[in-house]
Design a protein around this ligand. Structure first.
Ligand SMILES: [Zn+2]
Length: 559
């Protein structure tokens, strides 16, 4: 980026960020750490252990009356939770621009107070630990727009019929509903009731229980009977038609994959989504049974900005899907469906661990390519993912601040570098049977609950009976991967000598196998901080192929 462009860009960021200061910190970082500085308030609101968060959400029951003409919602959120300690107050997340009309409570209220993007609820008396509380919050408004992102995207299809899609990952689910915006606390069940004008269809997560009618709208009652992470709650409105794809699951039970496409795209969607059962079969083989058959499996045509697709649990949002294909597969669909295992079933404990969602979903694209198309395509995908890595910020971010990994380019490494780390683990383990068995076991062990990076590491080490701790430390906690410095000495008549060493400090027990490909043969070297030498036959080219051993950077010395 040239300087003038950079200045203009920073000015734009500054102006737009003033509209919403929390975005600014991701750009104004010190060169040393590249990590944003979080305010005291960020830490209060984002903490997993804040005493005012000491309640366990049991269910959300969310009714949204959608007004496409006014581009606003009137909604009621019923949150049922259990107190985890005896206390007289709690708080919820709720974006400041949404209008709060009323709060009712099953426990007598003293008062409520809004501060920034939170609602503090004070009860008349301390509520004993274990008490179940039901809050009913009535509100309305239009979710605010930050840069070009907003929770609810009000659009029109090409027939000028309203077409509304939602997505809150990054921006935060509290931009469209009051909730507890922490990944670690998933409700056990959830109801989403979407009220829409006649002629439109409301689609949300889970199974359609019923449709009721009022004089002015049809209400679609959707039920999720599984835990669901909070940014997955979503709804979509449009001129939808439902299609079905038959699929015999991994246990040979006949299932349906449902497609909600715009009516005028019915034929296109019917052909396009023939790939869905193929993808599902490979993913079930990789990771075990699809976790949400009880809630169904839906793919919904959406119109999210920038062509964004989303892993909304049991209701995958696909934008501009028909245009994107490689060998008849839309790999973004592979990615989003992979999130049903990595992100939706096994959920990061904190937004700091979000690489677990994106790294695994992205890596699944390569694994699917390998299983569906062959080894060459795996290599091609890995080569592709190894590019566009910033190596500026560690993959694991600070905990307890609801780190937003989706704002700044430097944080996008949770995708590609996440892939390269997992690929490195696989190559270094050098035992595919054990690697894939371990991934399946992770899925089984952490099914429908949260997992920290640390828990994943401990589990992976135990299952493989190897200590990969130094790899986790280097690839996830440091901004830069290992740097291999090498020099080729061609001064001898009968051979060439490769000199090599790690150029930067690494943990003493960091033992990485590196392969040197020399014509038809490969040789393994074990670099350290000390210079080492490998003699190779004269006149033969050699290369380091990271698709064979893992992700490192290289520095060639010509002296
Ligand atoms: Zn993703």
């Amino acid at each position: 980026m040239k300087k003038t462009t950079l200045a203009a860009f920073l000015f734009l960021v500054l102006v737009l960020s003033c509209q919403y200061p929390p975005f600014l910190k991701y750009y104004l970082t010190s060169n040393k750490t590249h990590i944003p500085r979080f305010t005291k308030w960020d830490k209060v609101i984002g903490s997993n252990s804040n005493p005012l968060r000491a309640y366990d959400v049991k269910s959300y029951d969310w009714t949204i009356h959608v007004d496409p003409e006014q581009e606003q919602i009137h909604a009621v959120m019923k949150i049922q939770f259990q107190m985890e300690s005896t206390q007289d107050s709690i708080f919820l997340d709720f974006e400041r621009h949404l209008k709060l009309d009323a709060i009712q409570s099953s426990v007598p209220l003293k008062r409520t107070k809004r501060k920034k993007d939170a609602v503090f609820v004070v009860f008349k008396q301390a509520v004993p630990k274990g008490t179940t509380v039901l809050l009913e919050i009535t509100y309305h408004g239009t979710p605010t727009k930050i840069l070009s992102y907003t929770a609810i995207n009000w659009g029109r299809d090409k027939n000028n019929v309203p077409w509304i899609s939602t997505a809150t990952e990054g921006i935060g689910p509290h931009h469209m509903m009051p909730c507890k915006n922490l990944l670690a606390d998933e409700p056990d069940s959830c109801f989403i009731r979407v009220g829409v004008p006649y002629g439109l269809v409301g689609v949300a997560n889970g199974k359609l229980d019923s449709i009721t009618k009022t004089p002015t709208e049809k209400i679609y009652h959707w039920a999720v009977r599984n835990p669901i992470n909070i940014y997955n709650l979503s709804f979509n409105v449009g001129d939808y038609v439902k299609l079905e794809k038959n699929y015999a699951d991994i246990n040979q039970v006949n299932q349906k994959i449902e497609i909600y496409a715009l009516t005028y795209n019915k034929i296109l969607a019917d052909t396009f989504y023939k790939q869905a059962p193929i993808i599902m079969q490979k993913l079930e083989n990789l990771y075990g049974p699809y976790p949400w058959w009880k809630d169904g499996c839906k793919i919904i045509e959406t119109n999210l900005p920038h062509g964004v697709c989303m892993e909304h649990q049991s209701a995958i949002a696909m934008t501009n899907a028909y245009q994107t294909r490689y060998k008849n597969i839309n790999f973004t669909l592979v990615h989003e469906l992979a999130h049903e295992w990595w992100g939706n079933s096994v959920t990061a404990y904190d937004y700091a661990d979000l690489w677990l969602h994106e790294g695994f979903a992205e890596y699944t694209e390569a694994l699917f390519a390998e299983r569906h198309l062959g080894k060459e395509d795996y290599t091609l995908f890995i080569g592709h993912f190894s590019k566009s890595i910033a190596n500026q910020r560690p993959l694991v971010k600070p905990y307890g601040v609801r780190y937003n990994n989706l704002v700044h380019d430097d944080d996008q490494d949770i995708y590609n570098k996440g892939v390269m780390f997992l690929h490195t683990l696989r190559m270094q383990l050098n035992d595919d049977t054990l690697f894939f068995k371990t991934l399946k076991n992770v899925q089984h062990h952490f099914s429908k609950r949260s997992m920290t990076t640390e828990q994943f590491m401990v589990f992976f080490n135990a299952e493989t009976k190897r200590d990969f701790t130094p790899f986790f430390d280097v690839y996830l906690k440091q901004p830069k991967p290992p740097l291999l410095e090498f020099r080729i000495d061609r001064s001898r008549n009968d051979s060439i000598v490769l000199e090599y060493r790690w150029a930067e400090n690494l943990p003493t027990n960091f033992n990485m196998r590196v392969t040197v490909t020399n014509g038809e043969t490969t040789q393994t070297i074990l670099p350290s901080m000390k210079m080492q030498y490998l003699t190779l036959p004269k006149n033969q080219s050699f290369s380091f192929d990271i698709t064979k051993f893992g992700y490192v950077l290289f520095r060639k010395r010509d002296d």
